[in-house]
Design a protein around this ligand. Structure first.
Ligand code: FES
Length: 659
């Protein structure tokens, strides 16, 4: 892939770009401010630059006169780079020199196929496997039963002793053996230290052995279809580290249809108590699962009857609802789930449309608010194998936190609120088309530079945009550490609104809705509460074990949302502890990392229960220290300035410059 140089004037800083990279994207990731208020949609005309030299593809625009266009004026968001270029950032976009050229560090992002870099030593040895076997036909001398013949030959030919047999195998065994002329493929499931015969098919289907792994989220269901038979005997890690992940045949996500009955776990638990509520919720999630499976099978081009195994992981409430277990007592003190460990379940008994030999392994939970999704994350991220002290954070409506290493693990969950998913924020939204996801504010002019998902006209702000804008408002001094707006008329974009003072990110003519998009004091207050809950949860967990922030060696950020967070900004507002950026790792969907490893390795599957038993839950809702830490964290970044020394140094510098 060609690599080009992009030089920005007047700062004379140079950055690299790939063929067809968008110039506004390059500026954003390079820390060069260019005004942009339509999210890169090409409508506001604010992102004007002057092309000094080089090869780009950039159409003319109604806001650029033919004369200006002839002189090299272009819109950065409409400019694709095709060679080395030199670009002049116009005066209205320039920031003062102290803010120039600050570059974002490499984001430390690992994708699911990078799992091999996280977990060591597991071999491909699926818990559900197939064997093709040729049986001698019965004679008067050798007239033992069909089942005895099959198990005898499995023992003598394959060295596998199978003491247990699924009754459904018995019902079809006589016919299949004879129709297959005594050549059959058996499917065997590892159950603890023993084996169970779960299926028998005619002929050789040994190499058609697939599994489906599913992350059952409150909002989204993500699934992968894995090839268990053709991964050879290489280590999982070698396999997953290869250029193309040959083990994953397809991947698909869809909304959890339970959303129509409530957005979060509490509203779903309440709904489950209504007449037929539990039944409707179970049908909704199973319906969504069936759709995901249909897509996975169709895009992989395999026969659905060759799927032998399913692995589920979800939070405790989602797991209860999927299995049709009453979740009522999860939300009532003392917060008791029906069970934390789940037996293998025949998937057809749930309504999942797969063969009746297929059983599901469900990841166990630790407590009502620390579920199988977190266990999958801890396993998939390799945290359970690390010697160093690791903090694992999964941020959603609930902040789930695990602290530990290979010897000990402690966990906690705190209600973070829905701010990062758009809840309680006037223009909040999930990270869909038109969501403002990155924001920079010029510290001299206070003009914003915003980027939206899909470069569409902005329609709202998603979680990462919210973190960015609050951090930028703080750093430019437009808000103070309590989140209160400057009332001295520093910026024309700060004004009194219906919900207190607000900052206009994008004016109506530039937005997709025709309305001004603003961030209000009440939005900022909600964000402060959310980040305070997460930080306080981490602090209580650290204190309960006598571990200081500086003793944390690695911070693993899980969850799809985590990918898009700007680490520096998240530290600036006090969401994450102030640690060197190199200590942070984003693992994306850590639940998928865990479920896929459990499907590939029976060894790993055993670890799941071990790790769950090892984990100690610290209940925060009953912990007075949590409330103290929460109140102390209700400040940007924190009331104790000593725990965020670098952020404070920067903020003091900004204040001095402003004076
Ligand atoms: Fe480029 Fe609006 S026109 S950001």
């Amino acid at each position: 892939m060609a690599e080009y140089r992009v030089k920005f004037f007047p700062m004379e800083t140079m950055f690299s770009a790939a063929e067809s990279d968008n110039l506004l994207d390059v500026a954003m990731r390079s820390g060069v401010h260019i005004n942009a208020s339509c999210g890169g949609n090409g409508t506001c005309g604010k992102c004007r630059i002057m092309l000094r030299e080089g090869d780009v593809n950039s159409p003319s625009h109604r806001t650029i006169t033919p004369e200006d266009y002839g002189n090299g004026v272009r819109l950065a968001c409409m400019t694709a780079i095709h060679g080395d270029i030199a670009v002049e950032v116009p005066l209205e976009s320039q920031v003062d020199r102290t803010a120039l050229g600050r570059r974002r560090e490499a984001p430390h992002i690992l994708s699911p196929s990078d799992a091999g870099k996280l977990v060591a030593g597991m071999e491909i040895d699926p818990a559900v496997f197939k064997r093709y076997i040729k049986l001698p036909e019965p004679t008067m001398e050798d007239n033992i039963s069909d089942l005895a013949r099959l198990t005898r030959e499995l023992r003598t030919q394959c060295g596998i002793h199978v003491p247990y047999v699924d009754f459904l195998v018995l019902k079809k065994l006589a016919k299949v053996l004879r129709a297959g002329k005594w050549k059959v493929t058996v499917t065997i499931a590892t159950t603890g230290s023993s084996y169970t015969l779960i299926n028998v098919e005619q002929g050789n289907r040994e190499f058609e052995n697939y599994s489906i792994v599913l992350d059952i989220g409150t909002t989204t269901i993500c699934g992968q279809l894995l090839d268990l038979a053709n991964c050879g005997v290489t280590s999982i890690m070698e396999r997953l580290k290869s250029e193309r992940d040959l083990c994953t045949l397809s991947e698909h996500s869809d909304y959890n249809k339970q959303i129509s009955f409530g957005e979060d776990v509490i509203s779903r638990i309440v709904f489950s108590g209504k007449k037929d509520g539990l039944c409707k919720l179970q049908e909704a999630v199973v319906d969504a699962i069936n759709q995901v499976i249909d897509e996975l099978v169709a895009s992989a081009g395999i026969m659905a009857d060759s799927i032998s195994h399913v692995v589920f992981a979800g939070n405790t409430t989602m797991t209860h609802l999927l299995l049709g277990l009453d979740p009522t007592y999860i939300m009532r003190a003392p917060y008791i789930p029906t069970t934390t460990f789940f037996p293998p379940i025949r998937v057809t008994s749930l309504g999942v449309k797969l063969g009746d030999h297929v059983h599901a392994f469900t990841f166990p939970s630790v407590a009502s608010y620390v579920g199988g999704d977190i266990i999958a994350g801890v396993l998939g991220s390799g945290m359970f194998q690390r010697s160093e002290t690791t903090l694992f954070l999964d941020i959603g409506t609930n902040g789930e936190i695990v602290l530990g290493n290979k010897d000990w693990l402690t966990c906690a969950s705190c209600s973070a609120g829905p701010a990062f998913e758009g809840g309680g924020i006037e223009f909040g939204m999930r990270a869909g088309k038109g969501a403002i996801e990155q924001v920079r504010i010029n510290p001299s002019t206070y003009e914003p530079m915003i980027l939206t998902v899909g470069k569409s006209k902005p329609v709202g702000i998603c979680g990462s945009g919210l973190i960015d804008v609050v951090a930028e408002l703080l750093e430019t001094g437009l808000i103070d550490q309590k989140g209160t707006f400057d009332r001295n008329g520093k910026s024309g974009r700060v004004r009194a609104g219906a919900n207190g003072h607000e900052y206009v990110l994008s004016y109506g003519p530039d937005t997709g809705t025709g309305r001004d998009i603003v961030i209000t004091e009440s939005d900022i207050d909600n964000l402060i509460r959310t980040k305070a809950a997460i930080y306080a949860g981490c602090k209580v967990l650290l204190d309960s074990l006598g571990v200081s922030v500086s003793e944390i060696d690695t911070v693993i950020i899980a969850g799809g949302f985590g990918h898009y967070i700007d680490l520096e900004k998240a530290i600036t507002i006090g969401l994450f502890p102030e640690l060197p950026l190199r200590k942070f790792i984003f693992v994306g969907n850590s639940v998928l990392l865990g479920v896929r490893l459990a499907s590939f390795s029976s060894e790993f599957l055993k670890e799941v229960n071990e790790v769950t038993r090892k984990m100690t839950n610290v209940e925060l809702s009953a912990n007075p220290r949590f409330m103290e830490e929460f109140v102390a964290s209700m400040f940007l970044p924190h009331t104790d300035e000593r725990v965020f020394p670098k952020v404070m140094e920067r903020l003091m510098g900004t204040r001095k410059n402003a004076e």
